[in-house]
Ligand binder design. Structure first.
Ligand code: GLV
Ligand code: GLV
Length: 312
C-alpha cells in the first residue's frame, strides 16, 4: 500500500502502531500536504482543516466517517472518501459472533474455567439465552445490517428491522419485517445496532428505549459508540432492565478501565474489531490508498462522500 503511494508522492507517515498521531503532529503536517490518509482515531475537525493550505482529499480507512467534519471539508473544497463494501461481511460475522458470545456467556465462561471456579457440572450453571428461533431486531438496515440478517436467517431467527427508509425488496428476499423503533424494542430478544453515527443517531438507545426492552433482552452495538447512551445502559444492565450487552464500540475509545460498564458481569466487550480480519483490513488499506491517488491525479475517487465543485 505504502509502496504504491511512495512511487508517486512524497509520503510522510506516522508509523507507531500503538499510538494515534498526536494532535500537534497533525496540526503541523496538515498545513502543507495535498492528501491526508487517516484512520478513525484522527479527529479531522473544522479547526484542523482551517490550517490546511493545499489539501485536496481526506481518505478515511473506515466505512464510518464521523471522525471527519465533512461539511467543513466540503466548504473548503476538500474531497472525503471512505471504504464501504469490503468490510461488510467481516463486520457482520463479528456482530453475529458477539451476539452469540453475549447470549451464551462465552467470554465469562472461559474466564470462569481459567480462574479455577469450575468445580462441577450443574444444571443452571452459566446458562444463557437461546439464539435459534429467537426474535432479533436490527436497527439500521444498510449493507452490514442486511449481511447480518442473512446470518440470523440461518439460525431461524424471526427478523425485525427499523431503518430510515423501508426496503421492500430485502423484506421479500430475506423474509424480514419492518416495524417502528418502539415495536422493535418491545418485541426483540436481541436488539442489534448497525446504523452510522450522526446527530440524529446520537443516544438513539437511551433510558426510554432501554425501558421498552424485555428483561431477557440482549443489546449488541458494533457500529459506533454514542448511539447507545452508556450511562443509561449501565443502569439498565445493573438493575436488570435488560439481560446483557455486547459492545465493540464506545463513546470514548479506548474505553477507560475504570469505566463502570466494565465492572458488570453481563457486558461482553471488544476493542473495536468489527472489520478486523487480515484480508479485509488489507482490502480497506488498498482501497483508501487508491482513493488518495485517484483524487490527487484529478480523478473522481470511487467512494467520494461529498460533492465538490469541479470534481465530476
Ligand atoms: C470501522 O469502524 C469502520 O467504520 O470502518
Ligand atoms: C454502513 O456502515 C454499512 O456498510 O452498512
Amino acid at each position: 500500500m505504502l509502496a504504491r503511494l511512495d512511487e508517486l508522492y512524497e509520503v510522510k507517515m506516522w508509523d507507531e502502531e500503538d499510538t494515534p498521531v498526536p494532535r500537534e503532529v497533525l496540526e503541523k503536517e496538515i498545513v502543507d500536504i495535498d492528501g491526508l490518509y487517516c484512520l478513525l482515531t484522527e479527529n479531522v475537525d473544522a479547526e484542523l482543516l482551517s490550517r490546511a493550505k493545499k489539501l485536496k482529499v481526506i481518505s478515511n480507512m473506515a466505512v464510518g466517517f464521523n471522525n471527519i467534519d465533512v461539511e467543513a471539508a466540503t466548504n473548503k473544497g476538500v474531497m472525503v472518501t471512505n471504504t464501504p463494501g469490503v468490510l461488510t461481511e467481516t463486520t457482520a460475522d463479528l456482530t453475529f459472533a458477539l451476539l452469540m458470545a453475549t447470549a451464551r456467556r462465552i467470554v465469562e465462561s472461559s474466564e470462569y474455567l481459567k480462574e479455577g471456579k469450575w468445580k462441577t457440572w450443574s444444571p443452571m450453571q452459566l446458562t444463557g439465552q437461546d439464539i435459534y428461533g429467537a426474535t432479533v431486531g436490527i436497527i439500521g438496515l444498510g449493507r452490514i445490517g442486511e449481511a447480518f440478517a442473512k446470518r440470523a436467517k440461518g439460525f431461524d431467527m424471526n427478523i425485525l428491522y427499523h431503518n430510515r427508509s423501508r426496503k421492500s425488496e430485502v423484506e421479500q428476499e430475506l423474509g424480514i419485517t419492518y416495524v417502528e423503533k418502539e415495536t422493535l424494542l418491545q418485541k426483540s430478544d436481541y436488539v442489534v445496532v448497525l446504523t452510522p453515527y450522526s446527530l440524529e443517531t446520537k443516544d438513539l438507545i437511551d433510558q426510554h428505549e432501554l425501558a421498552l426492552m424485555k428483561e431477557t433482552a440482549v443489546l449488541i452495538n458494533t457500529s459506533r459508540g454514542g448511539i447507545v447512551n452508556e450511562t443509561a445502559l449501565y443502569h439498565a444492565l445493573k438493575e436488570g432492565q435488560i439481560w446483557a450487552a455486547g459492545l465493540d464500540v464506545f463513546e470514548e475509545e479506548p474505553i477507560s478501565l475504570n469505566h463502570r460498564l466494565l465492572s458488570l458481569p453481563n457486558v461482553t466487550v471488544l476493542p473495536h474489531i468489527g472489520s478486523a480480519s487480515k484480508k479485509t483490513r488489507i482490502k480497506m488499506a488498498i482501497m483508501a490508498a487508491d482513493h488518495l491517488s485517484q483524487a490527487l491525479q484529478g480523478e473522481r475517487p470511487t467512494h467520494l462522500i461529498n460533492e465538490i465543485t469541479g470534481v465530476k
